[in-house]
Design a protein around this ligand. Sequence first.
Ligand code: CMC
Length: 377
Amino acid sequence: MAPEIMKGLKDVYLDTTTSSFIDGEVGKLLYRGYNIHDLAEQSTFEEVIYLLLYGSLPNRQELADFDSLLRSNRRIPDEVIQVLDLVKNSHPMDALRTGLSALSAFDPEVTDNSPEATIRKGIRLTAMGPTIVAAHHRLRQGLEPVAPNPDLNHAGNFLYMLFNEVPDEETTRLLDVDFILHAEHGANASAFAARVTASTISDLHSAVVTGVGTLKGPAHGGAAEEVMKMSLEIGQPENAEEYCRARLESGGRIMGFGHRVYRAEDPRARHLRERARALSEKMGQPHWFQILSYVEEEAMVPYRSRGIHVNVDFFAGCIYYLLGITDDLFISIFALGRIPGWTLQCVEQFEDNILIRPLLEYTGEMDLSYVPIEQRS
Ligand code: CMC
């Protein structure tokens, strides 16, 4: 009897987790039991990292200590800067993948897969990730990397290292919320890939590098960049109808819509929608938000009955663009937010490990006679 093929592992439960809970039917997302809406509105990325890695919200002292730990781990070795310089012409995600991989050469605990060491490494990778992305971005522009600023929080310091300018509080908070919304999301493709690597009893650096490589595709982390490219192609709200009709009629997809798990609206989108609206008005460029609104409120309305709604990436690109961030950096920002989630998934995998190794049903030819090369036509 032919085996049942679970193509794309749709609806397959791989394991149990205490990391995040998703109810795709109603659009609900919890990190460690806490609703994403409460975290996006009231928390900070530093607090969310702590919550994910240690399983509970920190008290004031715990958060202050954890924040200093992150701040003190931001510097990357000069050798890694040299590596980034060598690959300065590559895509920022490729540079991030290479930079994180290079960090393994300098991490004293690289082969220690205990939960404690994995969490310590996850904290270091979370702290150093923004330094890699910002340093590479500066190097490719022919500029010197900017050293981390210990007076700024995680989001603010990243913007500072990118632009060599201390960002205002509002801008810092925008990126802080964006990082919170991207921090963890169950068995998404990149976390699954990271778990597969961890399941071979490899190590966290390798697993995070796997995660970055998997996140890069437009079906996963690359959607925000594609949405902004679409908005730029549309140009003005009055062109949106024609653009969407042509794209959808030719069988194309509108990026930033649809999700493997959500059949209702992705709960993360709400927080970026309001922020994208406010920012585009504040910057005197309301047309970007108007284009997105047209796509959501007109073009994609018929898709709602099929469970296709906006996802987290639909409004993210517009925000990054308005903050002056180059479009090929958008996925890297997603990756920087996701390092804590990948770390937690690896801790769980290492703690109760089984090699992840599914089967493929063979559909090729069988038992062919081997013909020596001199007898082949
Ligand atoms: N625009 C138009 N049609 C769509 C879209 C879309 N964005 N997404 C899905 N569909 C249609 C698709 O054409 C298919 O139709 P049919 O059944 O007639 O062939 C149906 O919906 C099911 O699509 P699928 O690809 O089989 O569904 P999936 O669960 O494998 O896809 C997805 C999930 C995210 C890959 C897909 O919705 C997509 O390509 N979306 C655009 C890319 C995107 O925004 N990705 C970011 C996801 S959220 C961030 C993250 O966590 O990664």
